[in-house]
Design a protein around this ligand. Structure first.
Ligand code: NAP
Length: 249
């Protein structure tokens, strides 16, 4: 890391709510200045910023839609300019549009691929230039157990999350010699707005496949991200860390 500003800086896409918010807070606790990206939930992002600042670091909310390549470039540039560096990028922003494939329209497929996979590609592309110049960086992509094992009714989501794993491993190989690690975290069934929206029967079925016998919480995912974001994880790259109570075994 450069000597210019002693506190490292992180950018978390979709950082205002759910797992992204927990990641912002965990990184703040670990001493990172934090850029909290949001698409439309500005009040939630501002609350997350206030909560990070209360932990003793600097934080800002940055609006950007990760489906737009121009927004992603601008987001990464602004994040790097705000704190004079960018050490960590967490590609967390994600959406679902669940349907069985017979009912799934092309728009349903494109919407999910665009936010979950192309958004991460755009942000990685923008961030890797800075990180290679720094000869230091940590990129963490939030995948899913569904990307490893598939799930009926989520072919679009599973494809996007499996794609993220391929993206992660390829970039890990491209940047390994430059001090930049690229890893994925694959959460299982975590209590957030995303899973609250599931039908009760689907929730019960998902819960039934968790050996730990409970839904995970966003802080448990954030702890894994913070580990991979730390300097001490520098020899770990191209890995998929499941945080799933054994769901994917
Ligand atoms: P969530 O509560 O629905 O939050 C989704 C986040 O993504 C929000 O902050 C949202 O910001 C942001 N977002 C969506 N579209 C965006 C866009 N186009 N540009 C920028 N931000 C955008 O979901 P979550 O459960 O916390 O999920 C976070 C990540 O974990 C996702 O990638 C999800 O696929 C993954 N995951 C979740 C679970 C789970 O069980 N919850 C399991 C495995 C993986 P706005 O509100 O501003 O739109």
């Amino acid at each position: 890391m450069s000597e210019q500003n002693i506190r490292p800086a992180a950018l978390v896409t979709g950082g205002g709510r759910g797992i992204g918010r927990a990641i912002c807070l965990e990184l703040a606790k670990a001493g990172f200045n934090v850029c909290v990206n949001y698409a439309s939930s500005s009040a939630a992002a501002e609350q997350t910023v206030a909560d990070c600042i209360a932990l003793g670091v600097e934080a800002v909310a940055l609006q950007a839609d990760v489906t737009s390549p121009a927004d992603c470039q601008n987001l990464v540039d602004t994040a790097a300019k705000t704190f004079g560096r960018l050490d960590v990028l967490v590609n967390n922003a994600g959406v679902t549009a669940d349907k069985l494939i017979l009912r799934m329209q092309e728009e349903d497929f494109d919407k999910v691929i665009s936010a979950n996979l192309k958004g991460a590609f755009f942000c990685c592309k923008a961030a890797c230039k800075l990180m290679m110049r720094q000869r230091y960086g940590r990129i963490i992509n939030i995948s899913s157990v569904v990307g490893l094992h598939g799930n009926a009714g989520q072919s679009n989501y599973a494809a996007s999350k499996a794609g993220l794993i391929g993206l992660t491993k390829s970039l890990a190989k491209e940047f390994a010699a430059r001090g930049v690690t690229v890893n994925a975290v694959a959460p299982g069934f975590i209590g957030t707005d995303m899973t609250d929206a599931m039908p009760e029967a689907a929730k019960q079925a998902a819960l039934g496949s968790v050996p730990a016998g409970r839904i995970g919480n966003a802080e448990e995912v954030a702890a894994a991200v913070a580990f991979l974001a730390g300097q001490s994880a520098g020899y770990i790259t191209g890995q998929v860390l499941c945080v799933d109570g054994g769901m994917g075994m």
